[in-house]
Design a protein around this ligand. Structure first.
Ligand code: SAM
Length: 269
């Protein structure tokens, strides 16, 4: 069993970037009326209590959501994302932080569907408590990569897959590459959003993916940010979100978000 628990890291600077990108991308895709199936392959427990023992042990959220929370009444490109966090904290005190499944569930339209996958039994329990009763949501208690073959191509015809592993396993990118090869065979025009950390002394090479998957220039986009010195998380000095089949209408907003809010860079092939 894997030991990683996202409760120690929820709301940290990497989460803020990941979730702001996710919300921006979803909103852009929803400009078209046709339904979308969202698949979260590595869901975590959905809701985090920042006052609990784990969050308080690392206090990583302070340099992340803690930094941007005070700007929530006028947050510019982060407004939509911060509104989702604010919805969990109606009295204005920051206590709860939404994980990716909760963010996606909150943004579902009637025509959309959400599949969430999680391997850890405790996180599965929390997911069931939080989202188990929502009709549009399917919880897959098992491997997220395997779930892709089961749920692709999606019945809605359009789809966004979020892949957000903890990278505990050394061969994660290879496993992901294999899963993506299959997924693209089944659902070649789906949008795939992949989170990855940038860690000193442990390079995670995402550049191998477009080559392995035979993706041409216009089907790969990589958004990267470096954390300011004070926000570094141990050896993690930055983070990235790689996109397969980035929708045209999302390119501008995602570039603006990455460059203007996070002072990051957008890499094309
Ligand atoms: N996506 C979440 C968010 O943004 O709030 C955080 C996810 S956390 C980085 C990774 C999660 O994936 C952990 O809860 C872990 O238990 C789970 N996990 C690890 N390997 C998995 C696999 N092969 N399939 C499904 N879940 C997995």
């Amino acid at each position: 069993m894997l030991s990683y628990r996202h409760g120690f890291h929820a709301g940290n600077p990497a989460d803020v970037f990941k979730h702001a990108v996710l919300v921006t991308l979803i909103r852009c895709m929803q400009e078209k009326p046709a339904g979308i199936t969202f698949i979260d392959t590595h869901a975590g427990p959905a809701r985090y209590d920042l006052t609990d023992e784990w969050a308080q042990k690392t206090r990583e959220y302070e340099a992340g959501i803690g930094e941007v929370w005070p700007t929530r009444s006028q947050a510019g490109l982060l407004q939509d994302y911060l509104d989702q966090v604010a919805a969990l904290n109606p009295d204005g005190a920051l206590r709860f932080y939404p994980g990716s499944p909760l963010l996606m569930a909150a943004l579902l339209r009637e025509v959309d569907r959400l599949v969430i996958c999680e391997l850890h039994p405790s996180e599965q329990q929390q997911l069931r408590r939080e989202l188990g009763k929502q009709e549009q949501v399917t919880i897959h208690a098992g491997d997220g990569y395997e779930a892709l073959t089961r749920h692709l191509p999606p019945p809605t015809g359009r789809g966004l897959v979020l892949i957000d592993p903890s990278y505990e396993l050394k061969d994660e990118v290879d496993t992901m590459g294999r899963a993506l090869e299959q997924a693209l065979r089944r659902f070649g025009h789906g949008v795939y959003l992949i989170w990855y950390p940038m860690i000193e002394g442990r390079e995670i090479d995402m550049e191998v993916l477009p080559a392995r998957l035979g993706l041409p220039e216009d089907r790969w986009l990589d958004l990267q940010i470096e954390f300011p010195e004070a926000q570094r998380l141990g050896r993690m000095w930055g983070t990235g979100m790689a996109l397969i089949n980035p929708p045209w209408r999302a390119r501008g907003p995602l570039t603006e978000l990455t460059e203007q809010v996070f002072q990051g860079r957008v890499h094309h092939l």
